[in-house]
Ligand binder design. Structure first.
Ligand SMILES: *Cc1c(COP(=O)(O)O)cnc(C)c1O
Length: 391
C-alpha cells in the first residue's frame, strides 16, 4: 500500500478525530523507525511515552510471542500467572501493597477515583466524594476523567460532566481554599505532562502530603505518563520522597501493548472487594507478559541511566541556542522545551516530524519522550536533525 492509498482509506472509513501528520510508520528497531516509503525517523516521541523499551526489543518480542502462542486471554474469572508476577514486581519495586490492572490511563484514573470515593464512603458515609485536582492537569478522555482534568478547553460539548471535582493551583493556599467537608482526596501529576512538562515544586508536594494527613484525604498520584522509569525512577513519587495512597500508571508499562492499572498502599488494599471494580481485558496475559519483560529490561541500572540521558539531551538542546527555542525543563527523559514568542509549537513539531525527528507538543512548548533505552548514537542523530531543522 502506498501512503496516498492509506490516507484515502483513512479519510473514507475512519472517524476523523485525530489531526494526524502525513507519516505512516511501517517498522522499526529501538529508537529508529521506518516509514512506508523506507524513510528513516528518529523516535523522540515513543508513541506518546508508550514505547518505553523502544520498538521491537528482542526480549519484549520473545515474551509477547511466547505468551500469545500459549494463552492470549482468559478473563479475570480465573487466576493468571503473568498477572500475579507483574503485580509482585510492581509492588516490590514501588513499596506499594497491591495492584489492579485495566487497559488505559483514563481507566486507571477512574480506578483511583472510585477507590477514593468508596474508601471515604465506608469511613465517613455519604457526601464526601469530592476530589481536588490541579489547574493544567490532564487525567484522560472519559467523561469523569475529563471532569477531573484541570483545563477548560476539555470542558465543552459533553455535558453533563461527572460532579465532584474542584480545581486548585499548585500552591497550598489555593488547595486549602478548595478544601471542604466534602473532600476525600487530591489527585495530581507530579510532572504535568500534557499541560507543558511542568514539575511540581517539591515543597508544595510535601506540604500537600501533610495536608492530606491532617484532613484525612487520600493522596492520589497520576503516573500514567511519569511512571515506569520515564523520570529516572520507576515511579516519579520515589524521587519526591513521598508515598501515595494510590497511584495510576499506563503508557510505558507494557512497552506498546494496551495496559493501565493502579497500585494501592496497605490502608487501601481492602477498599475494593469482589464486584466493586473490574475490567474484562484487564491484566490480559499478553500485555502482562509484555509488562514483565519491560520491567526486566528496565532494571535499576537501565533506569539509572535515564537521568544521564535526559541531562545529555537537555544540555545539547540548550547549547544549540536555536532562535525559536528557549529553556528546557522536566525530569529524566520527560523533556519540555520552551518555544519562544511568535513561533508556533505545532508548526515546529510538524517541521521536525517531516525532517525525520518524531516529536510532540505539550502546553505551548515542544515535548520529547524518547524510548528509555535510546542509545547515544540515536540521541545524536535526533539532535542533529533538531539542529539542522530549527537553525
Ligand atoms: C495520557 C495520559 C492519560 C490518559 O491515558 P489514556 O491511556 O489515553 O487513557 C491520563 N493521565 C496522564 C497524566 C496522561 O499523560
Amino acid at each position: 500500500m502506498t501512503f496516498e492509498e492509506l490516507r484515502e482509506l483513512d479519510r473514507q472509513y475512519v472517524i476523523q478525530s485525530y489531526g494526524r501528520g502525513p507519516i505512516a510508520i511501517h517498522h522499526g528497531q529501538g529508537a529508529v523507525l521506518y516509514g512506508l516509503d523506507g524513510r528513516e525517523y528518529i523516535d523522540f516521541a515513543s508513541g506518546i511515552g508508550v514505547l518505553s523499551v523502544g520498538t521491537a526489543d528482542p526480549k519484549w518480542v520473545e515474551a509477547v510471542t511466547e505468551q500469545a502462542g500459549r494463552l492470549g486471554h482468559i478473563s479475570n474469572l480465573y487466576y493468571s500467572e503473568p498477572y500475579v508476577k507483574l503485580a509482585k514486581a510492581l509492588c516490590t519495586r514501588s513499596g506499594m501493597a497491591a495492584a489492579f490492572f485495566g487497559n488505559s490511563g483514563a481507566e486507571a484514573n477512574e480506578g483511583l477515583i472510585k477507590l477514593a470515593r468508596k474508601w471515604s464512603w465506608e469511613k465517613y458515609g455519604e457526601g464526601r466524594g469530592t476530589i481536588i485536582t490541579l489547574n493544567r492537569s490532564f487525567h484522560g478522555r472519559t467523561i469523569t476523567t475529563l471532569a477531573a482534568t484541570g483545563q477548560d478547553v476539555f470542558h465543552k460539548y459533553f455535558f453533563p460532566f461527572t460532579e465532584g471535582f474542584r480545581r486548585a493551583d499548585p500552591d497550598l493556599d489555593s488547595v486549602k481554599q478548595a478544601a471542604g467537608h466534602d473532600v476525600c482526596a487530591v489527585l495530581v501529576e507530579l510532572v504535568q505532562g500534557e499541560g507543558g512538562v511542568l514539575p511540581l515544586d517539591p515543597d508544595f508536594v510535601h506540604g500537600l502530603v501533610q495536608l492530606c494527613q491532617d484532613r484525612d484525604w487520600l493522596f492520589l498520584v497520576d503516573e500514567v505518563q511519569t511512571g515506569i522509569g520515564r523520570t529516572g525512577s520507576l515511579f516519579c513519587f520515589q524521587q519526591y520522597g513521598v508515598q501515595p495512597d494510590a497511584v495510576s500508571f499506563a503508557k510505558g508499562i507494557a512497552g506498546g501493548l494496551p495496559m493501565g492499572g493502579i497500585l494501592v498502599n496497605e490502608r487501601c488494599r481492602k477498599v475494593f472487594g469482589p464486584g466493586d471494580h473490574a475490567s474484562t481485558f484487564g491484566g490480559n496475559p499478553v500485555s502482562a507478559a509484555a509488562a514483565c519483560a519491560v520491567l526486566d529490561i528496565l532494571d535499576e541500572e537501565a533506569i539509572g541511566r535515564v537521568k544521564e540521558k535526559g541531562r545529555y539531551l537537555r544540555e545539547a538542546i540548550e547549547a544549540m541556542d536555536l532562535p525559536c527555542l528557549g529553556g528546557t525543563r522536566g525530569m529524566g527523559l520527560m523533556i519540555g522545551v520552551e518555544v519562544k514568542d511568535g513561533a508556533s509549537n505545532k508548526e515546529l513539531c510538524a517541521r521536525l516530524n517531516q525532517a525525520g525527528l518524531l516529536s510532540l507538543t505539550a502546553g505551548a512548548g515542544l515535548r520529547f519522550l524518547p524510548p528509555l533505552t535510546i542509545s547515544k548514537e540515536e540521541m545524536d542523530k535526533g539532535l542533529a536533525i533538531l539542529k539542522n531543522t530549527l537553525f
